[in-house]
Write a protein that binds this ligand. Structure first.
Ligand code: P53
Length: 489
């Protein structure tokens, strides 16, 4: 047997993409509630109100980098479709969803808590009904022996903090976040053991995710500094509240290969990869790496810190590395190299590999490479908390959904992860494929880009009754879990 007996097989979603119930049960608004739906290459928009009462819209690109003028506030327009409002309605369907997960044999379920459901304004305000909702969800999971894996913050920001504090640019937000984290870490102390602080810290980039209005590099890195400090404080707090807690970091891991053996290309790839390693070095090793300090120096970026910040970062290092893996990319110094459009960045096309319908390079071996790069560098347990293929699905006349393409993608990636464990000896805790049930895409705001083993009747025009259907991959994944990854066919 390749995987440990207690290997955490499961699936993953996030509140702003799955939960819905945006104005129910005392929940406060979050930034994503003012972000419209879209489609591939149809940009989503932030709807907002300026200080002089003018209602306007601002584009959000596929990296979720949206900006609105300083002083403007997120505003929800009538008759406009906002996909996060209902998402795929976990709020009303959680019992059904969890029963289906249990049927697949899930050992764990990764989800996030919506900060504004607990603290409607994101400050020291508390919503008991919101706390009770997650109690009910965790109880339902535990009833089936499914371990909750909880991300404290997955891309959403209480709207009030974006409107009144310029989001994470304000240092005060550290205290607000630590307050929220303390509440939930304490409340769910006997129900949740596995936590992650922030989702994909290395891609947090603008108003939608971190509430900042102007994301020039100075502001962005200052906001990230506040997030580092908040995260480290929460890691320490979580260990105090329950020494059994396992608290991880989470990074979007897209390895970049040099296009050629030209040393300049190799250096280019190293620099590209530092955009992830920086976030891991801080949270795992506990300090700002030298290359990043030099980068700040060259760019004239000056991070304002308080006396104790570096100590906090040093002491609040994580127990494991959670990461998402979807694709690899290529670095080149040749200005004429052919480009491909991934979600996160424009990178060079890899002539050896195919891409998904959304331009993401499919590279199963890249996952084994990622697991080795990360393990060699940090030598702590790893958890693949997202992986999967976003693709449109068709319901056949007989009602079946034959997502062979998804099975093939996942099979090849699980094989790569088996090789990394069996042949390379990396320490892997678990695997939670992304969007195990269909949810709204984070990058494009669409329903059409589906990842699930479970189909949800919900469409980009807002139609659909949210009914759930098993896809072909449902039975396949059930078998994978049953055999602890031995049987992939
Ligand atoms: P969607 C870019 C590159 C890699 C991972 O993305 C990324 C992104 C941002 O889209 O984000 C993670 O929905 C993220 C999830 C997201 C998932 O990838 O654009 O943690 O919230 O849904 C897939 O296809």
């Amino acid at each position: 047997m390749t995987f440990k007996k207690d290997f955490l097989w499961g699936g993953a979603t996030a509140a702003s993409q799955h939960e819905g119930g945006y104005n129910l049960g005392g929940r406060g608004l979050s930034t994503f509630d003012a972000v419209t739906g879209g489609g591939y290459q149809i940009p989503r928009r932030i709807t907002y109100m300026t200080e002089d009462g003018v209602c306007d819209e601002s584009p959000v690109d596929s990296t979720m980098t949206g900006k609105i003028p300083l002083g403007a506030k997120g505003y929800i327009k009538k008759d406009v479709f906002y996909p996060s409002h209902e998402a795929t309605d976990f709020y009303h369907h959680f019992k059904e969803d969890i029963a289906l997960m249990a049927e697949m044999g899930f050992k764990c379920f990764r989800m996030s808590i919506s900060w504004s459901r607990i603290c409607p304004q994101g400050m020291y305000d508390l919503n008991e009904e919101g706390l009770q909702f997650y109690d009910d969800v965790f109880d339902e999971l535990l009833k089936y022996g499914i371990e909750p894996i909880v991300t404290l913050n997955h891309f959403d920001m209480p709207l009030y903090l974006a409107d009144h504090y310029d989001g994470w640019l304000s240092r005060e937000v550290i205290d607000f976040f630590v307050f929220y984290a303390k509440i939930v870490l304490t409340r769910y102390k006997n129900k949740v053991k596995y936590w992650m602080t922030f989702n994909e810290m290395n891609v947090l980039s603008g108003w939608c995710q971190i509430g900042i209005h102007d994301n020039c590099p100075q502001n962005l890195y200052q906001a990230h500094h506040h997030i580092f400090v908040a995260s480290a404080k929460v890691v320490m707090l979580g260990h105090e509240i329950n020494p059994e807690n396992k608290i991880g970091m989470m990074v979007s891991y897209t390895p970049s290969y040099p296009m050629t053996c030209l040393p300049e290309d190799v250096m280019e790839a190293i620099e590209f990869n530092r955009q992830k390693h920086f976030y891991m070095d801080i949270q795992v090793k506990g300090y700002y790496p030298e290359y990043q300090l030099k980068f700040f120096e060259r760019k004239g970026i000056a991070i304002q810190m308080e006396n104790d910040d570096l100590n906090i970062i040093k002491n609040g290092t994580v127990d494991y590395i959670g990461f998402s893996y979807y694709m690899s990319t290529v670095s080149s110094t040749d200005p004429n190299a052919e480009k491909t459009e991934g979600n996160q960045f424009i990178a060079c096309k890899n002539p050896y590999l195919k891409t998904s319908d959304w331009g993401w390079t499919v590279d199963p071996l890249g996952l084994r490479i990622a697991l080795n790069e990360i393990y060699d560098r940090y030598h702590i347990p790893m958890f693949i908390v997202e992986n999967g293929l976003g693709a449109p699905d068709n319901i056949e006349n007989d009602g079946t959904i034959n997502d062979e393409y998804r099975i093939e993608y996942l099979r090849n990636h699980i094989q790569a992860m088996k090789d990394a464990v069996e042949l390379d000896g990396v320490d892997l805790m678990g695997y939670t494929p992304w969007g195990c049930i269909d949810i709204v895409s984070a990058g494009t705001g669409e329903m059409k880009k589906r990842y699930g083993f479970i189909y949800v009747e919900r469409y980009d025009d807002g139609s659909g009754d949210f009914s759930r259907k098993k896809k072909k991959s449902f039975q396949w994944y059930k078998k994978v879990i049953e055999t602890n990854g031995d049987e992939l066919d």
